[in-house]
Ligand binder design. Structure first.
Ligand SMILES: [Zn+2]
Ligand SMILES: [Zn+2]
Length: 327
């Protein structure tokens, strides 16, 4: 008696009909199956717990129930079997790695609660952060709909990772944690106040921002301040009115549109006018504190702009100029 003996799609259909007739809870109860989390047979848009359906279908085809304990393979083996019989089965979507923004929120919580709270999945600060991460618009609605996405266990684990990186807890942890965890630790752990500021902004923007679309800018999302604040930074730099105003002001004053770092001027170099970026110089964690003025914007050539953004945290045109030409 095994899953492989299930070969008749009609037996599966009969199990599904019985499920419909009894209702989910009664059906699972009757045959002793736990509710499925990820694997469901989908028929006419309705979802059926795949293991229970396979077990009961086995009863219809072979005269004996395949009980929950009698499945040799896991959920995905059941899914494969049902797919072979022509059914559609959902599989768990893979979860994205933690974004910088999310790690910043977790680190902020960690720094405020370390040594005071033990991070278990049932502790309130953990469940609170979990529901907050599930609501922030860092990832698409689709990703966030996955019940396992940033669930309390995942959040608790992340907080433990930070405690294992934390030198103040050295010896207690195992030094686990991914590259992203370490990076955010290095970038922010020593400036908790700025982190708190950035986190407040991420919260405010992450609730109101539109769900992200794929802009093909993954590489630039590597900004140490994360996606949400980087998006905000870009919003200023792409504001056509602001950009035109800045360029006009600089041109009026200097007669050129030169890079504030390296003095590159595209019309002088190539006879092509206006190949220049506008960079928003306000530190990302302070974005939104005040209305942007012309002084908050700098003209930089695309190369210098990129290089500034490669620094953690982003450096100013003056800092990059000092780096290149000396102070
Ligand atoms: Zn910029
Ligand atoms: Zn330049």
């Amino acid at each position: 008696m095994a899953l492989a003996d299930l070969t008749d799609p009609n037996a599966v259909r009969r199990a599904i009909a019985e499920f419909d007739e009894r209702g989910r809870d009664a059906f699972l109860d009757e045959y002793g199956f736990h509710p499925a989390r990820d694997y469901f047979v989908v028929v006419d848009g309705k979802r059926y717990d795949s293991k229970a359906i396979a077990g009961v279908a086995h009863l219809y085809e072979r005269g004996a129930l395949l009980t929950a304990g009698e499945f040799s393979g896991g959920d995905s083996t059941v899914a494969t079997r049902l797919e072979k019989l022509g059914f559609e089965v959902t599989r768990p979507a893979s979860l994205p790695d933690w974004s910088i923004d999310e790690l910043m929120l977790a680190l902020d919580l960690y720094l405020r609660t370390r040594g005071v709270v033990s991070y278990s999945p049932t502790v309130k600060v953990v469940t609170d952060l979990s529901s907050e991460l599930r609501s922030l618009r860092i990832f698409s609605d689709n990703v966030r709909a996955n019940p396992r996405f940033r669930n309390p266990s995942g959040v608790a684990l992340k907080l433990h990772n930070f405690s294992s990186i934390d030198p103040e807890h050295a010896g207690r942890g195992m030094g686990h944690g991914g590259a992203g965890d370490r990076r955010v630790w290095e970038d922010w752990a020593h400036r908790a106040e700025e982190l708190a500021q950035a986190v407040a902004l991420i919260r405010a923007r992450g609730e109101t921002d539109e769900a992200p679309e794929d802009t093909g800018e993954e590489e630039e999302y590597e900004a140490p301040e994360g996606r949400i604040l980087f998006r905000e930074h870009r919003r200023y730099e792409r504001d056509r009115k602001l950009v035109a105003k800045k360029k006009a002001a600089v041109h009026k004053k200097t007669g050129r549109l030169a890079c504030e770092v390296c003095d590159f001027e595209s019309s002088e170099a190539y006879g092509v006018e206006g190949v220049i970026d506008v960079h928003h110089v306000v530190p990302l964690h302070k974005i939104g504190e005040s209305v942007t003025t012309m002084a908050d914007l700098a003209l930089v050539c695309p190369t210098c702009h990129r290089v500034m953004h490669k620094h953690r945290p982003i450096i100013s045109p003056a800092q990059l100029r000092a780096q290149r030409f000396g102070a």
